[in-house]
Design a protein. Structure first.
Length: 379
């Protein structure tokens, strides 16, 4: 009897779901700590924690993962490092926070989620063996995912443990939403995408965007939809989103003008103008990273979404991305203020323009460039 009871207890523990660290809640806690240091008073610190830290925990609790996992997330050093330091890869080295994993062949895309980055690789010569996906967690562990090979590219949700992709069909598309923590599909939906899809099925389709309960899809013909993937409710949009975070979208028109748009209503928040090389929204939607053409050079800056004075970020290029904690991460372009700076320096800058540099030991002639997370490499 005792042996049978022991076996039963062992089986129960083995099947117990263990909550994973939530980097969104970690990032919120990190912002609260920075607020305490800046204001220097206990009263202001308490208000910051209530407004930011608890808010992040409530959002995390709405996910499909075990409830209240953010209670342990803020005590996880690996998740804290991921939120603050971001993720990138150099050749076969994938760096998530302060942990490094090696994947072969080298990944060509990293999609950030709240529990780590989803890597995409081509297997076999010329990708003949199909595509493989893995989840690299902030502690460096690698878990293969069973995302099917017809997912030509996945997009991550930085606030949740989910990715999505769009399979283009004849005059329509199929949306897939996947839980990467449990390696499980959450939803499959059909959406009308009128307009001729070019041969190959991908060049006329914009990369899908996943923002909480909503997936945003569109084509080069300016057809765009906002789909609630839980209920299937489909709304055609009056604008064509390029990226969406926390209800804010970037969009550009046929004339090359970029705007910031309310993703739910289509109302223009702000006109960014033309002569822009790239834009990237922060995960909380409060800031936008912009690289503008300025006569003979490109100028990178961070700007508040609602408007304000841009903060220039010397040395950074469009090959940059945001960490979940709100820092822009990118490789120095080799020359800063007229001085050669090499290609082995990574720069991380906060929204106030304070930057830290760190060496990148894996760059060489074969792999001279850093691939930032959420930067889609095609071709």
């Amino acid at each position: 009897m005792a042996e049978r009871l022991t076996d039963l207890l062992h089986h129960t523990v083995d099947d117990l779901p263990i909550p994973h660290p939530d980097a969104t809640a970690i990032a919120a806690a990190g912002r609260a700590r920075r607020t305490r240091r800046r204001v220097g008073t206990v009263a202001a610190a308490t208000a910051a924690i209530a407004a930011v830290g608890i808010g992040g925990a409530v959002v995390a609790g709405l996910d499909d993962r075990p409830a209240r996992n953010s209670q342990v997330a803020t005590q996880d050093p690996a998740g804290d490092a991921y939120a603050e330091l971001g993720a990138f890869s150099v050749g076969e080295h994938v760096i998530v926070g302060d942990a490094t994993a090696e994947l072969s062949p080298a990944p060509h895309h990293l999609a950030q989620t709240s529990v780590g980055v989803v890597t995409q690789q081509f297997n076999g010569a010329g990708g003949a063996g199909g595509k493989a996906f893995s989840l690299v967690r902030p502690d460096g562990t690698v878990t293969p995912l069973s995302i099917p090979a017809d997912a030509w590219s996945v997009s991550g949700d930085p606030r949740n443990a989910r990715v999505a992709w769009l399979v283009p069909l004849e005059k329509e598309g199929r949306i897939h939403v996947w839980d990467v923590a449990r390696d499980k599909e959450l939803a499959t939906l059909q959406v009308d995408l009128p307009g001729k899809i070019p041969e190959g099925g991908t060049s006329g389709v914009r990369e899908i965007q996943l923002d909480g309960d909503f997936a945003y899809v569109g084509t080069d013909q300016r057809t765009a939809h906002r789909v609630d993937w839980r209920t299937g409710e489909d709304r055609e949009l009056p604008f064509s989103p390029v990226a969406v975070h926390d209800g804010v979208a970037t969009s550009f028109d046929d004339g090359g003008r970029w705007t910031l748009v309310d993703a739910a209503t289509g109302d223009v928040i702000r006109d960014l103008g033309r002569r822009i090389e790239t834009t990237a929204l922060s995960p909380d939607g409060d800031h936008v990273f912009v690289v503008r053409f300025d006569d003979t050079r490109s100028v990178a800056s961070i700007e508040p979404t609602a408007g304000g004075t841009p903060v220039e970020l010397p040395g950074l290029t469009g090959l940059s991305s945001w960490s979940l904690g709100g820092r822009v991460v990118g490789q120095v372009d080799g020359q800063v203020d007229g001085q050669v700076d090499g290609t082995s320096t990574l720069r991380r800058c906060d929204v106030d323009g304070r930057c830290d540099d760190a060496p990148i030991p894996w760059t060489d002639e074969e792999n001279p460039l850093v691939l930032p997370a959420d930067y889609l490499m095609l071709g």
